[in-house]
Design a protein around this ligand. Structure first.
Ligand code: PBG
Length: 330
């Protein structure tokens, strides 16, 4: 409805005091909306800062335990694990990805034993294990689809077996959601949820993440033959439709801030649980500017996270999770 003309309508009347502004606030950000991505590595007592992700470190499993304790204390409902794989375990055949004893699977078991109420999400893609940094097998310079899907299913089943609550296929191969869903059903993992990285774009904003998992120096070429062209909205919506039809319980748009139009379109069209990933480059930009004194860090953290809620997202994966949770609590 159009507001009455001035002066019957003065929009500033409801902005006059904080109480009024809060009373008419349309969106809210809650700690329950957050998923915290955490980088893990081998070792003991290691907390290795990632220079391109200020405030974020790779943690050995004892440190992960501490992070989980912090998540529980802050009320963050879920963590998402990303492994930094030792260089000698990165091969062209990627078998470490579905090793039941790999770092991620040991981390899942440890977390579920120590903090059963904390949800554990995982990433399904071959890049942390691949000698050439790609999400799929590379054969004669091509990223092969169907062979990769078979490997991803093995990887996802091992994670489900270890106790993961939410599986996050981030690889963008075709047919992986259906294949994974059928395999989970067949193996008795009926209640394991799939949060599909459904609308994942071939983005420049993943740079710091690739540093964090040690894929940057290894990546040969780019990911444009499997991730979505940033110019394509219809294609992104088709990917979401397809993944939901194949058995995804929740879908994700990634990156977040440059793709808020996609978030809104996904929510309006499908009305299913929708997440955005505020990716490493988005976080790094805001942190770098804040560290230079060019932006107010807390302010842009809240504003950027609120933008996802306004765009229709139910939740957000964000490296700000512990900081924003603490701020919400305080
Ligand atoms: C791997 C994966 C990526 C991210 C999450 N899973 C990087 C990529 O596709 O190259 C990026 C997350 C971030 O930038 O924070 N398949």
């Amino acid at each position: 409805m159009t507001p009455s003309p001035f002066p019957a309508a003065r929009m500033r009347r409801l902005r006059r005091t904080r109480a009024l502004r809060e009373m008419v606030q349309e969106q809210g950000l809650s700690v329950r909306d957050l998923i915290w991505p955490v980088f893990i590595r081998e070792g003991d007592g290691i907390e290795e800062p990632i220079p391109s992700l200020p405030g974020v470190s790779r943690l050995s499993l004892d440190g992960l335990r501490g992070a989980a304790e912090q998540a529980v204390r802050l009320g963050i409902p879920a963590v998402c694990l990303f492994p930094y794989t030792a260089p000698d375990l990165r091969t062209e055949t990627c078998e470490e990805a579905w090793n039941p004893e790999n770092l991620t699977n040991r981390a899942i078991r440890m977390l579920k034993a120590a903090y059963p109420e904390l949800m554990v999400m995982t990433d399904i893609a071959l890049d942390p294990y691949n000698a050439n940094g790609h999400d799929g097998f590379v054969v004669n310079g091509e990223i092969v689809n169907d062979e990769t899907v078979e490997a991803l299913v093995r990887m996802g089943l091992a994670q489900a077996e270890a106790g993961a609550d939410i599986l996050g296929p981030s690889d963008m191969m075709d047919g992986r959601i259906g294949a994974l869903r059928m395999a989970l059903e067949a193996e008795g993992h009926r209640d394991v949820a799939i949060l599909s990285y459904a609308a994942k774009f071939a983005s420049g904003f993943y740079g710091p993440f690739r540093d964090a998992v040690g894929a940057s120096g290894r990546l040969v070429g780019d990911k444009a033959t499997y991730q979505i062209n940033p110019a394509n909205r219809d294609e992104a919506l088709a990917c979401v439709a397809r993944d939901l039809a194949e058995g995804a319980d929740m879908v994700m748009v990634k990156p977040g801030m440059p793709y808020l139009d996609i978030c809104r379109a996904v929510k309006d069209r499908f009305a299913r649980p929708t997440f955005a990933y505020q990716v490493s480059g988005e976080y790094a930009m805001l942190m770098a500017a804040a560290q230079n004194g060019w932006l107010d860090g807390d302010k842009v953290m809240f504003e950027s996270l609120m933008s996802f809620k306004r765009a229709g997202c139910d939740g957000v994966l964000t490296y700000f999770a512990p900081r924003v949770a603490a701020a919400l609590q305080g």
